[in-house]
Design a protein around this ligand. Structure first.
Ligand code: M1P
Length: 259
């Protein structure tokens, strides 16, 4: 018997660690599951990463891995990249925020120069390239360089767990760029720090979700204080679900929706 689709329930998913393993492609089983879920509720993604990374990860490895971006966007009701600072309803762009406009050129350079200077003094097991990724709504800073290989990424993540380099970097940033700069510094993924204006965290995406959604289930892995899923996980508009990996996401979904 066909189950009727519920128009007032939205399932909103973080990407890394929730639908995929960190920075990995979605598994075919999860890809299929999400489309099955979309037959019964509305489905949306909210990632800290920019749209190109979300696209790369969510296209997966299965049959149509090179599908056009529009096709991927149409597979979800909403896709919120960079916390919703770049937002789509299907393949229609809803809005794009600009950290460059927020800060102005002088403060942008002050910030970038401080980061490069700070990172230049650190000796770590391996450094590569692309230390600052300037996105639309946020700046992503990576001590080892974003162009590390997967093995080098894992190595830095383990080193950081032991030596707390990112935590110390965040403390230095908070000291150098106090309240009046209006910036938040968040340890989002495995190797980097996300920097954005206060309030442009994952709750930013909620402004695009219409009131007809009476229930918004949010699923994320970085839900603890300081994690980039925390603000939306505890937000009064959402029912937060903490997960440790994609398998756990699927298991909670089958408990709730019986799929
Ligand atoms: O999990 C979301 C994060 O994914 C990446 O983090 P990292 O490369 O450090 O694992 C980044 O895209 C980051 O902006 C994002 O929040």
């Amino acid at each position: 018997m066909a189950v009727e689709k519920s128009n007032d329930i939205l399932c909103l998913f973080d990407v890394d660690g929730t639908l995929t393993h960190p920075r990995q492609k979605i598994e075919p089983q999860m890809e299929k599951y999400l489309q099955k879920l979309r037959n019964v509720v509305h489905v949306a993604l909210v990632g800290g990463s920019d749209l190109s990374k979300i696209y790369e990860q969510m296209c997966g490895n299965s049959g149509n891995a090179n599908k056009p971006l529009e096709e991927l966007l149409e597979e979800y009701d909403y896709v919120f990249a960079e916390n919703g600072l770049v937002s789509y309803k299907g393949s229609t762009l809803l809005g794009k925020q600009s950290i460059a406009n927020f800060l102005g050129e002088e403060k942008c350079q002050e910030f970038i120069n401080f980061c490069l200077d700070y990172m230049s003094k650190l000796i770590i097991p391996r450094k590569r390239g692309n230390f600052i990724e300037f996105r639309n709504g946020m700046i992503n800073v990576t001590i080892c360089g974003r162009s590390v290989t997967q093995a080098e990424r894992e190595e830095f993540a383990a080193y950081d767990q032991q030596h707390h380099l990112r935590k110390q970097f965040v403390e230095a940033l908070e000291k150098r760029f106090p309240e009046e700069y209006g910036l938040a510094f968040v340890i989002g993924g495995q190797i980097s720090i996300d920097v954005f204006p206060k309030g442009w965290d994952k709750t930013y995406c909620l402004r695009w979700i219409p009131d007809n959604f009476k229930t918004i289930h949010f699923f994320g892995d970085k839900t603890a204080v300081g994690g980039n899923d925390h603000s939306i996980y505890v937000h009064p508009k959402t029912i937060g679900h903490h997960v440790n990996c994609p398998d756990e996401t699927m298991s909670i979904l089958s408990d709730i929706f019986g799929l």
